[in-house]
Design a protein around this ligand. Structure first.
Ligand SMILES: [Mg+2]
Length: 416
């Protein structure tokens, strides 16, 4: 039997912003008032990314729009997101966790799995070790975590979801019947909203109902993923805690929700070109190329449109991203203006061979130019060189105060 810990920072973004504020000499601890991390946006259209316990008590939800949250909680204090701060805090926590086990897997920016099997001789019984670790993080790093203990990653993760904050919970194999099965079905690890809706329609309201179903029936109704969930409901999950860095991303994207409406196709193109510049930088930084480009947008009435195209040659260059993305934008551009725009590059791989002279193009010359631009940006910052069009378009302004980087094509990331 393995012993797995799942460490989950309580209200991560808010806690980390609060700690940073105190460290910089601020005297208000955001965690002691109704507060939330959200993008600043004059029209109140920003989204709540994390909230304090008091904001939660007032009914504020993660993912809701700022003006709605303000209606429920008029004195809600809004804190702007600070991603560099979050990365620093996350790194500090992971460094500390590596003292406890060689197998630490970063599951998201604020969650880690630790394989603590056989570590008892160093750190004592698991529950005591977890309590000491939790207290140490609070003392040394200034924020609280929940630690879930289980014999698998799935059960450890679910254990950390029990009462919050600053708690240690167990969900050992022998506790599944009493602690897991009475939980509502949406408590089940990896059960997404659509899956939950489907299960509820089938009359599956509790995790125990799911566990009791026949796997044959589940496979018929919900396919392979359903069977995986059924195993989780029964406490079975043999996936190992993966050491080392995160696997390479499946896609990179950048999106922006604008406070006014982009009224012309040219305005949208300017924004798209700006995003393309950023993504081509990221591709080169990660040593990747893409073969699929997706352009997605929401119109003034927040209707969603997208167009995706797969290409035969790997794409790396800024110029190629632009040449391929602009026609896709043309296909989905709505008449009533654009509120949200996203560019996504996917099916990434480390394939870097450029096929030389392609239809009279000197790809290598372009490569030298792009590499030179990359080197300049890397050394002097991304603003040091840009295209003439981006320089005059003002698209950069839209991105100045926040970043919606790579959150899976506009969807909220998992760790929120
Ligand atoms: Mg968390």
């Amino acid at each position: 039997m393995r012993v797995i810990f799942h460490v989950d920072v309580n209200s991560a973004f808010l806690s980390w912003s609060a700690v940073e504020h105190l460290l910089l000499g601020g005297d208000l601890d955001y965690r002691t008032v109704p507060s939330a991390v959200a993008k600043k946006n004059e029209s109140g259209g920003g989204i709540i990314l994390a909230k304090s316990e008091l904001a939660k008590k007032a009914g504020v939800h993660t993912g809701e729009v700022v003006w709605q949250a303000k209606q429920k909680c008029p004195d809600l204090l809004l804190v702007p997101p600070d991603y560099p701060c979050y990365l620093r805090a996350s790194h500090a926590m992971k460094t500390l966790l590596r003292e406890y086990s060689p197998a630490v897997e970063a599951f998201s920016v604020d969650e880690c799995f630790l394989d603590m099997t056989g570590q008892e001789k160093f750190f004592g019984p698991p529950v005591e070790a977890a309590a000491a670790l939790k207290d140490r993080i609070r003392e040394e790093l200034g924020f609280t975590v929940n630690i879930g203990l289980g014999n698998t990653k799935a059960t450890a993760k679910m254990a950390s979801e029990f009462q919050k904050p600053d708690r240690v919970h167990t969900l050992w194999q022998e506790e599944i019947k009493t602690k897991l099965w009475p939980q509502p079905i949406d408590f089940l690890f990896m059960a997404g909203r659509r899956t939950v809706e489907k299960l509820l329609r089938l009359g599956v309201t509790k995790v125990g109902d799911m566990a009791a179903l026949s796997p044959v029936l589940i496979k018929e109704l919900m396919g392979k993923n359903g069977v995986t969930l059924w195993h989780y409901a029964n406490g079975r999950d043999d996936s190992p805690v993966l050491e080392g860095p995160l696997p390479p991303p499946k896609s990179i994207s950048k999106s922006v929700t604008v406070s006014h409406v982009l009224k012309t196709q040219k305005e949208c193109e300017d924004v798209l070109l700006y995003i393309a510049e950023e993504l081509s930088f990221q591709l080169r930084e990660k040593g990747l190329t893409a073969v699929v480009i997706t352009v997605a947008l929401k119109d003034r009435d927040r209707r969603y449109f997208s167009r995706r195209q797969k290409f035969s040659d790997p794409i790396l260059h800024y110029k190629d991203i632009c040449d391929k993305a602009l026609p896709l934008l043309g296909m989905v551009y709505p008449r009533n203006g654009v509120k949200y725009l996203c560019l996504c590059l996917s099916e990434l791989s480390a394939e870097r061979s450029l096929n030389g002279l392609l239809f009279g193009r000197d790809v290598f010359k372009e490569e030298r130019l792009e590499e030179a631009v990359f080197a300049l940006k890397k050394r002097y910052g991304k603003q040091c060189v840009t295209t003439a069009r981006s320089l005059h378009s003002g698209a950069e302004q839209l991105f100045r105060h926040f970043d919606e980087e790579d959150f899976g094509g506009g969807a909220l990331p998992r760790f929120y």
